[in-house]
Design a protein around this ligand. Structure first.
Ligand SMILES: *Cc1c(COP(=O)(O)O)cnc(C)c1O
Length: 389
């Protein structure tokens, strides 16, 4: 079986984890946590990063610290992993689902038109049916940078907090334009990263959070460690969370950070290989990444031509599995999941369109050239058979 995406531990992982155990620092204190935070900050060219338990907790801490509370409105994407939106519910805030554009990321034009046409201004505040519109959660889907130039402009105009869900986009950055050199997650007010097993680097489970303001990151770290105000006496001046990363996880993370540039290089090279193999293929095409950026190319999106292929995703994935190729359908729309039925959506057109067309194909960093050729050959064959049928 050629897997969709598996972790890669070719570096110092074992050595560092053994070392953490030997030293007895396995929990939420220890030198590897600091080392990981420093490595992330250096890589991302940002001052301060707080390591936490997951990408989800990073997003939750951002919302808490941004002051998003009960009844507030947060603009969210419908076509992504549900963890991007669940923290909005944790805060008893109200998600409004905004459509994506052809990058699969949130469409700035639709954010703009929602703010302009559906909301009212009340002094500094933006109101939607009387509720304060507080924030936007922008996801850089599959490592593709959302249009941050436009999104930041709109957010500034309407004074919205921008929380970048960069859980899939560690290593993605702008190459040109006003944000040249800036990494996904370091452009908005907050940026969340994930080190879950399927992400570009992994700590088993883990994440990190950054913010534009370095002091704000200290506050996020404080919230993640039960809001402890005193190292010796149990003084807590806020409601905190048990969201801190452990030293064991961080030991893995430090080793993975050493390999990150190589992982990005391989993801990019493998994408180019696939691209050549699918060039001119009439039934599906490999979707691209934003111009003017260098993407980590975390996950590859093959777009099925629904004018020619009518077979459902389940059947396609099943047929490929029989041939030893693990693939995955893009997510089901979040607004159609039980906990979100009845929540408001705004002009969803592209998200439902792509939801039935995008298939993710094997993209592990250790996939070989030969395996890539096999994957492309088998996918082509299955789609050709479907087209004839
Ligand atoms: C993985 C992921 C998350 C959650 O990260 P965890 O570390 O699994 O909590 C959130 N949003 C998106 C878009 C993701 O892909």
């Amino acid at each position: 079986m050629i897997p969709l995406s598996i972790p890669n531990f070719e570096g110092n992982e074992k050595e560092y984890v053994d070392d953490a155990i030997l030293q007895g620092w396995v929990s939420t204190g220890g030198a590897y946590i600091t080392r990981l935070e420093e490595a992330l900050a250096a890589y991302l060219h940002t001052k301060n990063v707080a390591a936490c338990q997951s990408g989800t907790s990073a997003l939750h801490l951002s919302l808490v610290s941004a002051g998003v509370g009960p009844g507030d409105v947060v603009l969210v994407p419908p076509l992504t992993f549900i963890a991007a939106v669940n923290p909005v519910k944790y805060q008893f805030a109200k998600p409004v689902f905004i459509d994506c554009d052809d990058s699969l990321c949130m469409d700035p034009e639709k954010i703009r038109s929602f703010c302009e046409n559906e909301c009212e201004k009340d002094g500094e505040k933006l109101l939607y049916h009387g509720a304060a519109v507080k924030a936007i959660v922008v996801v850089h889907v599959f490592g593709n940078l959302a249009d941050m130039e436009q999104i930041m402009e709109i957010a500034e105009k309407y004074r919205l907090v921008v929380i970048e869900d960069a859980t899939e986009a560690l290593g993605t950055k702008y190459e040109t334009g006003p944000y040249a050199g800036r990494f996904a997650g370091t452009i908005g007010d907050y940026g969340a990263y994930s080190f879950n097993g399927n992400k570009i680097i992994t700590t088993g489970g883990g994440g990190a959070v950054t913010a534009r303001d370095a002091d704000e990151v200290d506050h996020l770290r404080y919230l993640s460690t039960q809001a402890k105000d005193d190292p010796h006496f149990y003084i807590h001046n806020e409601v905190g969370y048990n969201y801190r990363m452990t030293n064991l996880q961080a030991a893995l993370g430090v080793a993975q950070m050493e390999e990150l540039p190589e992982f990005v290089r391989r993801k990019q090279a493998n994408y180019e290989r696939y691209k050549v193999l699918f060039e001119g293929f009439p039934y599906a095409k490999l979707r691209g990444f934003r111009e003017g950026t260098s993407s980590n190319k975390w996950l590859y999106a093959l777009e099925i031509d629904r004018n020619k292929i009518h077979v459902g995703m389940r059947e396609l994935i099943g047929a490929l599995e029989k041939k030893g190729i693990q693939t995955r359908a893009v997510w089901g729309l979040i607004n159609e999941q039980d906990p979100y039925r009845g929540e408001e959506t705004y002009r969803l057109e592209k998200a439902p369109y792509y939801a039935e067309r995008v298939l993710n194909i094997p993209c592990s960093t250790q996939i070989t050239e030969e395996e890539i050729e096999t994957v492309a050959k088998e996918i082509k064959q299955v789609l050709e058979e479907c087209a004839d049928a």
